[in-house]
Design a protein around this ligand. Structure first.
Ligand code: BDR
Ligand code: CA
Length: 300
């Protein structure tokens, strides 16, 4: 069983990723840290709390720590046009669960230091919290065995600009800090996530059975396809990062040094120099297997 902390900005595909992490018998979720991105920090935190309360119950013991409300420089731009007016689209009751008083950076440092070499970080939002946790803390960097990052568009067109993928574009400075940290990073970018999707015609029961996660997953996809009229594909960006934590060989990766453009028109562009380096860039995916993992784990 793999112990994980999920850093997230829910987010509709983040919600599916959280369901997978909770359901998978191969993962133990030791905490959730929230970050602004798809919506404001207060909205993404509220979404994380209400998702967890719905899926894991009002007595959920999984800690949720609140993170960054802005990138290392400037402000987040948000993606309401993709995820709905509050970042989630579907309505869930207001949560009674509360976040920790400890913030996300303190939480990440605390938990990672307490279990050196044990905790994989799955980062599916802007990388601000993770970069801040590493800042001036080589001991923390040394204690993380792997960070699985959903982000980047290395050999393909971006989604927020022609050059950049959203998470990396939101905080390119943080992304550079993570890629330069020397920590083994698996980079799950648009190169593979754009191949991995649920099709509109697969609904309204993309997920089988009547578990809470299957019902909520079907509700989220139904809502998104209703709102996004011209879209036939719901990309499984963040779920693919969790699938890679469950079954790493669903991806084909190449080692690289990765850097990110921070300024100008190409802000957020991820550049990979293949050969050696601490980043494993996902360049291929077994699409059928990946979609099968997402479907079966959420259907549980
Ligand atoms: C990424 O950006 C967000 O909108 C999604 O949740 C995903 O993490 C895809 O570019
Ligand atoms: Ca996300």
């Amino acid at each position: 069983m793999r112990r994980v902390i999920i850093d997230t900005d829910p987010g509709t595909d983040d919600a599916l990723a959280l369901m997978m992490a909770l359901n998978s018998p191969d993962l133990v979720v030791e905490g959730i840290t929230t970050v602004g991105g798809n919506a404001t920090l207060s909205e993404t935190t509220e979404n994380a709390l209400r998702l967890m309360e719905h899926l894991d119950g009002p007595d959920s013991a999984i800690p949720i720590a609140v993170g960054a409300d802005r990138p290392l420089h400037g402000t987040y731009t948000h993606a309401y046009h993709v995820h709905g007016s509050d970042g989630l689209g579907i309505s869930l009751p207001a949560p009674t669960l509360k976040p920790l008083s400890m913030n996300a950076v303190e939480f990440l440092r605390d938990r990672i230091a307490a279990s050196p070499g044990e905790l994989t970080v799955i980062a599916i939002g802007p990388l601000t919290n993770v970069a801040a946790a590493l800042d001036n803390r080589p001991d923390i960097a040394d204690a993380i065995p792997e960070i699985i990052v959903m982000g980047g568009a290395v050999g393909v067109r971006g989604n927020i600009t022609p050059h950049a993928e959203f998470n990396i574009h939101e905080d390119p400075w943080a992304a550079n800090a993570v890629f330069e940290s020397g920590i083994p990073v698996t980079l799950v970018g648009l190169d593979v996530t754009h191949q991995t999707f649920m099709h509109r015609n697969g609904g309204p029961r993309w997920f089988e059975g009547d578990s809470k996660s299957a019902q909520l997953g079907n509700g989220i996809l139904t809502d998104r396809f209703r709102e996004l009229d011209g879209e036939d594909e719901f990309h499984l960006h963040d779920p693919l990062a969790v699938a890679a934590a469950i079954e790493p060989d669903v991806l084909t990766c190449r080692a690289a040094r990765v850097s990110v453009v921070t300024d100008g028109e190409e802000r957020g562009r991820t550049i990979a120099s293949y050969g050696e380096g601490s980043v494993k860039v996902a360049v291929g995916v077994d699409v059928e297997r990946a979609v099968g993992i997402v479907r079966s784990v959420i259907s549980q």
